[in-house]
Design a protein around this ligand. Structure first.
Ligand SMILES: NC(=O)C1=CN([C@@H]2O[C@H](COP(=O)(O)OP(=O)(O)OC[C@H]3O[C@@H](n4cnc5c(N)ncnc54)[C@H](OP(=O)(O)O)[C@@H]3O)[C@@H](O)[C@H]2O)C=CC1
Ligand SMILES: O=C(CO)COP(=O)(O)O
Length: 329
C-alpha cells in the first residue's frame, strides 16, 4: 500500500477532534466530518469542538458536513460511538473507492449482533479494508500533543504499517499489528472493567481493592480474549493491559468516573453526567458473549447486573468477595 496523504476523520467529538489534530500534526491533509449541525458550526466558527473545549483546531483542518467530501480521503478514521458505527459506515459505503482503509476508533461491541467494530465495517462496506486503532489515549492528552502510544491493526499488514506511518507525529506513536480481534476486544472489555474500578474508588474501598479489581479484571479480559481469538501478546500490550490499567486508575476515564458516581450512590441515569461511557452499552453484550462460550467473568457480570438494575452496588461487592475460594489462574 502506498502512502496515505489525506485522512478524513468522521466524528467531531472529543476523540475525533484529537485524532484530527494528530493527523494534521503528522503532516496529513485532514478533513473533519461532523454530522451535527450545531457542533459543525462551532467547529467552523470557533475552531473548537464542544466536546473538547479549549483545544483550538489546527489551521489546516477542513471541517465539513458533506460525507462525500470526506469519503475522498486516502483513509478514514471512524470516531463515532460504537452503537452508531454501522449507520455511519452504511452511509459511507457507496461513496468510497474500493480498498479504502476504514479505521474503527470506537471501543465497543454492537448490541443484538455481537459484532466487533471491524466486523461491522466488513459487513457494511465489503470493498473497504477494515482496521482498528486502540490503546491508552485520552483525547484531552492527545489533543494537547502529550506523548501517547497506540496500536493500529489490520489483517493486511502493509495497510496497518501505512496507517501507523500516516498518523505518526513527534508525540503520537502508533505500533502496528495484524491481530485485529485482539486490539478491538481489549478496548471494548476494558471499558466495562473501568466501571468496576470506578465503583471501588467511589465506594472508598481502598488501594488494595482497586489493585485486586484491576488485576482480576485483566484475568477476565484474557479469558474473553482467548475464547474470541485474541493473541496473548496483544492482550498484554497497549490495547489490552495498557488501556485497562490507565482507565482503572483515573477519573479522567469517563467509564471510571461513571463507576465512581455509582459507587458514591448516584443513580444510573445521571451518573455519566452527560458524557459517553461506552462500558454502559458494552456490559450487557459482553455478558451475553461470555455466557455463550461459558467464560467465567464475575466482575463484568456484576457490572452488567448493577447497570441492569438487577443488583445493588453493595450486593455486587459482597457477591464478589464471598465467591468460593479457588486457585489463582
Ligand atoms: N474520548 C477519548 O479519550 C477516547 C474515546 N475513544 C472512543 O471513541 C468513540 C467516540 O468517543 P468520543 O469522541 O470521546 O465521544 P464524544 O461523545 O465526545 O463524541 C461522539 C461524536 O460522535 C457523534 N455522533 C453521535 N451519534 C452519531 C451518529 N448517529 N452519526 C454520526 N455521528 C454521531 C457525536 O455527535 P453529536 O453528539 O453532536 O450528535 C460526536 O461528534 C467511543 O467509542 C470511545 O470509546 C477511544 C479512545 C479515547
Ligand atoms: O478509551 C479511552 C482511553 O484509552 C477513553 O476512556 P473513557 O471513554 O473511559 O474516557
Amino acid at each position: 500500500m502506498g502512502s496515505l496523504n489525506s485522512i478524513a476523520v468522521l466524528g467531531g467529538g472529543a476523540w475525533g477532534t484529537a485524532l484530527a489534530q494528530t493527523a494534521a500534526r503528522a503532516g496529513r491533509k485532514v478533513t473533519l466530518w461532523e454530522h451535527d449541525a450545531g457542533n459543525a458550526e462551532h467547529l467552523i466558527a470557533a475552531r473548537e469542538s464542544r466536546f473538547l473545549p479549549g483545544v483550538r483546531l489546527e489551521p489546516s483542518i477542513q471541517v465539513t458536513r458533506d460525507l462525500a467530501e470526506a469519503a475522498r480521503a486516502d483513509a478514514l478514521l471512524l470516531v463515532v460511538p460504537a452503537q452508531v458505527l454501522r449507520q455511519v459506515v452504511t452511509s459511507l459505503q457507496p461513496l468510497i473507492a474500493p480498498r479504502t482503509p476504514l479505521v474503527a476508533c470506537a471501543k465497543g461491541i454492537e448490541h443484538g449482533t455481537h459484532r466487533f467494530m471491524t466486523e461491522i465495517i466488513a459487513e457494511a462496506a465489503p470493498a473497504a479494508i477494515p482496521a482498528i486503532l486502540s490503546g491508552p489515549s485520552f483525547a484531552a492528552d492527545v489533543a494537547r500533543g502529550l506523548p501517547t502510544a497506540v496500536t493500529i491493526a489490520a489483517t493486511d499488514a502493509a495497510c496497518a504499517q501505512a496507517l501507523a506511518q500516516a498518523m505518526n507525529s513527534g508525540s503520537f506513536r502508533p505500533y502496528h499489528s495484524t491481530d485485529v480481534r485482539g486490539v478491538e476486544l481489549g478496548g471494548a472489555t476494558k471499558n466495562v472493567l473501568a466501571i468496576a474500578a470506578g465503583i471501588v474508588e467511589g465506594r472508598q474501598l481502598g488501594a488494595s481493592a482497586l489493585a485486586a479489581m484491576t488485576t482480576r479484571g485483566f484475568v477476565e479480559l484474557v479469558r474473553f480474549g482467548k475464547a474470541y481469538g485474541a493473541r496473548i501478546e496483544t492482550m498484554h500490550g497497549l490495547s489490552g493491559l495498557g488501556d485497562l490499567t490507565m482507565c482503572c486508575s483515573t477519573p479522567q476515564s469517563r467509564n471510571f468516573s461513571f463507576g465512581m458516581a455509582l459507587g458514591r450512590g448516584e443513580g444510573i441515569e445521571s451518573a455519566a453526567h452527560g458524557k459517553l461511557a461506552e462500558g454502559y452499552y458494552t456490559a450487557p453484550v459482553l455478558l451475553e458473549m461470555a455466557q455463550a462460550k461459558d467464560i467465567d467473568m464475575p466482575i463484568s457480570t456484576a457490572v452488567a447486573a448493577v447497570l441492569g438494575g438487577k443488583l445493588s452496588v453493595d450486593a455486587a461487592i459482597e457477591g464478589l468477595l464471598t465467591r468460593p475460594l479457588k486457585a489463582e489462574e
